[in-house]
Design a protein. Structure first.
Length: 228
């Protein structure tokens, strides 16, 4: 399935999912509650999440949570990377990697995600966790470059994810693999994981090619990051 085709099915994702959720945050009520579980206590101790200009909640600290019409979200882990990977002539800057858990998933939303990454909607509807990886790629030369961004994601639980086929959110950067001269593109990639109890993630960035001749320039680059 092409990424263009997947874009048609991700209308529900375009809102708050880039930040982890939408504009309505979870909150407390005046009703009496049972003793909080460990995860609930962690969320209670987390600071109040911020919002962007569009009103979307930005989950930046483990335990922060928010609600939307389509799901509830909680940030489980984050790796604040801010490191550069050289895939000459591209400079790839990995901003952060988030592990987000969704519960109370709307069936229509589950179907949209399942269609986008060839998954099982019935499984996703029960709740799922996913990796959100944000990074940018900048061409440092005038020549036109072909690049297919993230090729594989490997967790320390032995799961290997196809970065081209399993990315269930498609942004503008995904729509064109060519860098026409000195341009910069911002990426947000999202991948459902089977096991959320992960501590490390390997990212395999694809090789760069001359966009006119398709001759290889720089081979694939693999980096590994640890969650805080």
């Amino acid at each position: 399935m092409s990424k263009f085709a997947k874009l048609l099915a991700t209308g529900l994702l375009a809102g708050g999912i880039l930040a982890g959720c939408s504009s309505e945050e979870t909150g407390t009520t005046d009703e009496p509650k049972e003793e909080p579980k460990a995860a609930e206590q962690k969320a209670k101790n987390a600071s109040e999440p911020k919002k962007d200009e569009a009103g979307n909640t930005i989950l930046e600290e483990p335990g922060q949570a928010a609600e939307s019409d389509h799901f509830n979200a909680e940030l489980l882990k984050i790796a604040k990377v801010n490191e550069t990977v050289d895939v000459a002539p591209l400079k790839i800057t990995v901003n952060d990697i988030k592990l987000i858990k969704l519960t109370d998933v709307d069936p229509t939303f589950a179907e949209e995600v399942a269609w986008s990454m060839d998954g099982d909607a019935a499984v996703l509807e029960k709740g799922f966790s996913y990796l959100q990886i944000t990074y940018s790629a900048e061409n440092t030369e005038e020549q036109n470059i072909e690049w297919y961004d993230l090729m594989n994601i490997i967790t320390d639980k032995g799961e290997q994810i196809d970065g081209q086929l399993k990315d269930f959110y498609v942004d503008d950067a995904d729509m064109d693999s060519e860098f026409i001269g000195k341009v910069k593109k911002d990426f947000t990639d999202t991948f459902v994981v089977k096991d959320e109890d992960i501590n490390k993630v390997k990212l395999v960035f694809g090789n760069t090619m001359n966009a006119d001749t398709y001759d290889d320039i720089t081979g694939e680059q693999t980096v590994e990051y640890t969650f805080e």
